[in-house]
Design a protein around this ligand. Structure first.
Ligand code: UD1
Ligand code: PEP
Length: 421
């Protein structure tokens, strides 16, 4: 079993380059099903999740060529077939469910394994299905599968009870080639939705309003091949900003979008972290050498504070002066890292959707578990500053969403490495 080992206490320095966003590239790869021509995605983050969704497409008959030297992926889905998908692959990650909309649009039929829940919550798919039904799909669920059928998808007005990122993406993809106009109300506004829409529009789709609560999709007849570079990963960038704060270091983080990171930047400033934007706002100098103060955080849909940064902030607040309250409103079970941080000496009490954190002076290294992707990042951050050695297990969660995190941190001066034991 692979583990990440950190010998805590090193100050970090230097520059780190942020990769493209997992949550942007996964829907983009799913959307490639809608086009029969070559698509090239540049600056692809070579993550485990990217490998999984690429395998899903390959198993269905697509050409997927991953060039790890140039970080480029070439995809051509003209030979893709609506055969039964490999349930094991689909169940490996939630984002595989994003092929439902495009497959249904291309073939009028798609049968997929139910994605099921994951460590952070039950993660239902009712809003995805509500949207597809409104476009004319008939949906059956049985024996662990979802089967969607539609002769021809037709545009409609769809109100989402909650601005679900995945449901918004599935509906956008299903309606890009549908007949007529689709209007999604209370749509998710995340930057990754805007990126998916930019990608689709580059291919010839007619979609307006991405980044607002109302997205309007005029169905077109076909989409053309293109070359596209996804946006930077605001969560990876945020994780490195917190790394500077936790280790009381000064770092330069390159490859950011200040607007996308604003909720995180503003919260870090409130904690006492100094932030300077440079290089046309594409880089940040983060100075975490001041004493940090406790703050309140409430996770919300974008532009609120991102749930995917909650665990990392909990590590930092465990070492801040005074009390903090973290309220998680997006996922019902996203505090498992609290138990692991407590093992390292943090003072945290979880009560329902809130965690009450009382800052302590030090954490001490021990074996802890990456209970999910961001929880794993939070453990690494804790290990960077803890006394002695921290061993993080279940690192496959971390590999889903961080490109060589231990290499990037080692270059900044951390004593961190991967072992097999
Ligand atoms: C691959 C990807 O982009 N993942 C991101 C995406 O996940 P994902 O797209 O799964 O997140 P959603 O926005 O859909 O989920 C948010 C909340 O809505 C609920 N819900 C969702 C769909 C549905 O049909 N019914 C329903 O009740 C979920 O259970 C959850 O409580 O957005 C999340 C929220 O920003 C991020 O944490 C994930 O990193
Ligand atoms: C929850 C996350 O991702 P996913 O939706 O892919 O599980 C995440 O990136 O933190």
């Amino acid at each position: 079993m692979e583990k990440i080992v950190i010998n805590g206490g090193n100050e970090l320095s230097g520059e780190v380059n942020i990769s493209s966003a997992k949550n942007a590239v996964l829907p983009i790869i799913a959307a490639s099903i809608l086009c029969n021509e070559d698509l090239i995605i540049d600056n692809t983050p070579m993550l485990e999740d990217v490998a999984v969704i690429s395998d899903v497409l390959s198993e269905l008959g697509s050409k997927v060529i991953i060039n790890k030297n140039t970080d480029e992926i070439l995809i051509n889905t003209k030979d893709i077939k609506p055969v039964n998908t490999n349930s094991e692959l689909i169940r490996k990650m939630r984002a595989s469910f994003l092929i439902l909309g495009p497959m249904l649009s291309k073939f009028g039929i798609c049968k997929l394994s139910m994605p099921g829940g994951c460590n952070i919550g039950s993660r239902p798919i009712d809003l995805h299905l509500k949207g597809l039904k409104a476009l004319g799909a008939e949906i059956e669920i049985g024996h662990g599968f979802v089967e969607a059928k539609a002769k021809k998808l037709k545009g409609n007005r769809i109100y989402l009870d909650f601005p679900s990122v995945g449901a918004t993406e599935n509906i956008i993809m299903a309606s890009a080639l549908a007949e007529g106009t689709t209007i999604i109300e209370n749509a998710a506004e995340e930057p990754e939705i805007v990126d998916l829409v930019n990608f689709l529009n580059t291919m010839g789709a007619k979609i307006d309003g991405a980044g607002t609560g109302q997205i309007i999709i005029e169905g077109v007849d076909e989409l053309k091949g293109t070359r596209y570079t996804p946006i930077y990963d605001r969560i990876e960038a945020g994780t490195f900003l917190v790394a500077a704060a936790v280790t009381k270091s000064k770092l330069t983080v390159n490859g950011i979008n200040e607007e996308h990171l604003r909720p995180v930047i503003e919260k870090l400033k409130e904690c006492g972290v100094l932030i300077e934007l440079i290089n046309d706002n594409k880089s940040i100098i983060v100075d975490g050498r001041n004493e940090r103060r406790g703050v309140s955080i409430k996770t919300l849909p974008y532009p609120g504070f991102p749930t995917d940064m909650q665990a990392q902030m909990m590590t930092m607040l465990s070492l801040a002066q005074g009390s903090s309250v973290i309220t998680e409103t997006i996922f019902e079970n996203r505090f498992m890292h609290a138990t692991e941080l407590i093992r390292m000496g943090a003072n945290i009490k979880v009560d329902g959707r809130s965690a009450f954190v009382e800052g302590v002076r030090r954490l001490s290294g021990c074996e802890v578990k990456a209970t999910d992707l961001r929880a794993g990042a939070a453990m690494i951050l804790a290990g960077l500053v803890a006394d002695g050695y921290t061993k993080v297990t279940d690192v496959y969660h971390i590999d889903r969403g961080y490109v060589r995190i231990e290499d990037k941190l080692r270059k900044l001066g951390a004593d961190i490495y991967r072992i097999n034991e």
